[in-house]
Design a protein around this ligand. Structure first.
Ligand code: NDP
Length: 419
């Protein structure tokens, strides 16, 4: 018996809402609140006669703490699931603190305006101190730990697929297969084809910022940074086949480096086709990926936001995308003094996701774990005052829920490793 307030109603939220409605015993009531209320009303109309979950909707500007506090005070949820954009993480956390409400998200904070001098000063110091230059990092949200502890509320950070399931796979491997994990390679393969020469599978602004940034990995206690797409490997993925993959900076490297004792190296690879890379390079070369506003005919526009308006809406890719995703982690470590390697991964079929919830697999593989994370906080299994990443909790109930709610996983005890 619980009430959940979901903020945002885009691709990922659409899936999470469907999944909450399949799990009405936990989610007895949900309120969907977003900037554009008509999207919330449309999904409510689609689902309300198919579920016992009672659905209400609201309009909210999640950049405004006051609006969020007013909404939380009137709806009185047990927890808030943030499925808006990483830009809103801190205002939503502030509103949760003020109202003493648990908080859950899928992506770490990054600023909308990377020219903001206050943010930039902190960012430049972090680049120098820690050695990676991605716009996003956990420091902003980890800084809330004490405040959340004092307020007696839980913040669960990063319960999507990556971060999210990949970190739960790590906790599960450590609990059941290893005494120590030394090497982690996270492999994110999207073997889906949507037929467009160029489109992004989730929010274009966030996606393009991530993949056009410098790469980096964690080795022997420090960050090693690379040029974007500098390190390429080829891997033969179960259910997909051979794909080119590139080393990227990714947020779970930061939390796993902190939370997995004795880890020596953590890398993250994502697959990209040549067409995607050529388009991205070209857009970057002409300045279309810039987050700095430019004047155009007397009006300020942000190039990457204008590009977003031109690209297909990720939510519209569902009916067109065919093929599978395969995301997982290869772990090497020791058990009973013997070295061993295992690979835990999930395969997900774009068309099957579309048949079930009307979305492609990238939204599906994020929306399902968002629902699972929320259900574990609401049921009290993952409730502990403070700010936590998913690998800090018992992975077993999460792994069980993945099997139950559409993301079954396999353990390969003799995998091919990445050079
Ligand atoms: P979308 O752009 O499809 O949806 C974002 C939603 O947030 C939209 O409904 C949008 O409203 C709403 N929104 C944006 N700004 C505000 C605001 N100020 N106030 C209220 N609502 C707002 O994004 P996705 O669904 O693709 O992604 C959602 C989140 O999931 C992102 O944070 C993304 O980084 C994360 N993600 C995490 C992954 C993981 O594996 N961990 C993988 C993929 C995504 P409107 O409709 O008006 O635009």
């Amino acid at each position: 018996m619980s009430r959940l307030l979901i903020i945002g109603c885009g691709g990922v939220a659409g899936v999470a809402i469907h999944k909450c409605c399949q799990n009405s015993d936990v989610f007895t009531e949900i309120c969907i609140a977003s900037r554009t209320k008509s999207k919330c009303d449309a999904i409510k109309a689609k689902l309300e006669n198919t579920t016992k979950t009672v659905i209400t909707t609201a309009q909210v500007n999640a950049d405004s703490k006051d609006e969020l506090v007013a909404l939380i005070n009137s709806y009185k949820p047990d927890a808030v699931l943030n499925l808006a954009l990483p830009y809103q993480d801190l205002t939503i956390m502030d509103a949760c603190l003020e109202t003493k409400t648990d908080y859950i998200d899928t992506a770490n904070y990054e600023p909308e305006d990377t020219t903001d001098p206050e943010w930039k000063a902190v960012y430049e110091k972090r680049c120098k101190d820690l050695g990676f230059t991605a716009y996003f990092d956990y420091s902003w949200q980890w800084a809330y730990k004490e405040k959340f502890e004092k307020a007696g509320i839980t913040a669960l950070l990063g319960t999507g697929f990556d971060p999210g399931v990949t970190s739960v796979f790590t906790a599960y491997a450590l609990k059941h297969y290893f005494d120590e994990i030394h090497y982690i390679d996270i492999l994110d393969c999207n073997g889906g084809d949507h037929g467009y020469p160029f489109a992004t599978n989730f929010n274009p602004e966030i996606n393009l910022r991530e993949v056009s940034a410098n790469g980096s990995y964690w080795e022997d206690g420090k960050w090693i940074e690379t040029k974007p797409m500098e390190i390429k490997r080829v891997y033969n993925f179960d259910g997909v086949g051979e794909k080119d993959m590139y080393l990227l900076h990714h947020e779970e490297i930061e939390s796993l480096a902190k939370n997995i004792p004795n880890v020596k190296r953590i890398r993250f690879f994502m697959t990209f086709g040549q067409s995607y890379l050529t388009h991205m390079q070209c857009l970057e070369n002409v300045g279309m990926l810039s987050t700095e506003p430019v004047m155009y005919e007397g009006r300020e526009i942000v190039p990457i936001q204008f590009l977003k308006a031109l690209l297909p809406d990720p939510a519209s890719l569902g009916p067109r995308t065919k093929g599978k995703t395969n995301i997982g982690c290869i772990f090497t470590g020791v058990k009973d003094s013997k070295e061993k390697t295992i690979y835990i991964y999930n395969m997900c079929d774009h068309q099957e996701c579309y048949k079930e919830v009307g979305s492609q697999a990238v939204s599906y593989t994020t929306g399902v774990p968002a629902m699972i994370g929320a259900s574990l906080v609401l049921s009290g299994q993952w409730k502990k005052p403070g700010v936590y990443n998913v690998e800090e909790f018992d992975p077993d109930p999460y792994m069980e829920a993945l099997n139950k709610f559409g993301l079954p996983w396999v353990v390969d005890e003799n995998p091919v490793t990445v050079e």
